[in-house]
Design a protein around this ligand. Structure first.
Ligand SMILES: [Zn+2]
Length: 189
């Protein structure tokens, strides 16, 4: 899955959790969830290995390249030690983050773990699959055939986007909805 699909999947899980349990993340939790939804690809070539590229408008070209070099180095080391979609793609890690967050009453760590698991769920639908029993067994399992960057992934991403918008709207804080109404009225008045 590409980065936008991973982020959307993370948001979809937030919507499901919000609807089922009535809990939603604050701003820090939401940011943490988004980072978590990209984090497992630090063992490979995902967007998380090039964060400077995403923020180069704010960072400027040189600093962005410097940040990217650091992350690329970290990704190489982690990829070398664990391999792509090795232990870093183990659901156990996501569960551990949630457990640590709950234990220390740090909800942002819980949301990071939720994002992390949502990433793994997405990769579970790709042909390469994920090592669900890692570190006990590194055999990869897959329940789908959605190739990274394919038309199928795009259709899935659009479906998730619609789901998030339709079912997530009522979960937004009133203040955010007001901003939308102001924008909307300003635009069409
Ligand atoms: Zn991945």
């Amino acid at each position: 899955m590409t980065a936008p699909t991973h982020v959307l999947s993370g948001l979809a899980v937030v919507v499901v959790v919000g609807r089922l349990f009535g809990v939603t993340p604050n701003a820090l939790g939401l940011l943490s969830l988004i980072v978590g939804s990209l984090a497992p690809d630090i063992d490979g070539k995902g967007s998380i290995t090039r964060p400077g590229k995403i923020f180069n408008v704010f960072l400027g070209f040189r600093l962005a390249r410097f940040v990217d070099n650091i992350f690329q180095f970290i990704a190489k080391v982690i990829g070398f030690i664990f391999g792509h979609r090795g232990f870093i793609h183990a659901p156990l890690l996501g569960i551990l983050f949630i457990a640590i967050g709950l234990f220390f009453h740090q909800t942002w760590i819980v949301w990071f773990g939720v994002g992390y698991l949502s990433h793994l769920l997405g990769d579970f639908f790709t042909p390469a699959g994920i090592p669900i029993w890692s570190p006990i067994s590194f055999r990869k399992f897959s329940i789908g055939n959605i190739r990274v960057g394919s038309r199928h992934e795009l259709i899935l991403a659009l479906g998730i986007l619609v789901f998030v918008c339709v079912f997530g709207w009522s979960l937004l804080p009133e203040k955010v909805k007001d901003v939308h109404i102001i924008l909307f009225e300003g635009f069409f008045a």
